[in-house]
Ligand binder design. Sequence first.
Ligand code: DX5
Ligand code: ZN
Length: 226
Amino acid sequence: MGWSDWIRGDTEVEPSLYAADFRRLGEQIDSLLVAGCRVFHFDCGDGHFVPPVTIGPVVLRSIAPSIHEAGGVLDCHLMVDDPVHHFEEFAASGADSVTFHVEVADDPAAIADRARAHGLAVGVVFNPETSPERAAEAAASAAAEIVLCMSIHPGYSGQAFMPEALGRIETLAGLVDVPIQVDGGVGRDNVETLHAAGASLFIAGSAIFGAPDPAEAYRGLAAAVA
Ligand code: DX5
Ligand code: ZN
């Protein structure tokens, strides 16, 4: 199973659980599943590649069974210096895919092989300072199923969208033939423009969990790009 099995129609909106209210995490996930959400984005930051330590396998283990039971999957964005070190534990904890940063990938093909050895689907991600050309090259080498274009500097939810991401997505769309994912500052005000630029997987943290009704916010975003 991989990304081509998970994307229904041409687009998916993925709530970024990093932005959830962790006192009510299970309840918020359940309401998103009822609203039709199936792909959840899970951000692991190591405190080195990005300043904060975020969430990791302990949280993954507690939420994965109910998400899988409902037919959902967990898309794990590894904002870490050494992604390979984490693959085994992420796979054992219920991750379905891992996306690793090209900035720390000297040998994307070897890293991807290690992930697939643990049954994980593979994506690559690139930061605002990294060229789409370099990302496309890493994606080809890794045979990545998706490429994630960061539209913020990774690390925190709730940052403002960087408008130059639109041009970067357009450039990337001319270089790769796999789905393009976008992460950072995505909301109702820019999701349609991002779709038109060539993105099809939309990660939304604060636009969903910062809303009074996260399920309603998810439905609104999904309808806007359906
Ligand atoms: C931060 C993470 C994002 C974050 C997005 O680096 O990669 O997934 O949770 O949050 P918003 O949508 O609020 O920018
Ligand atoms: Zn992310």
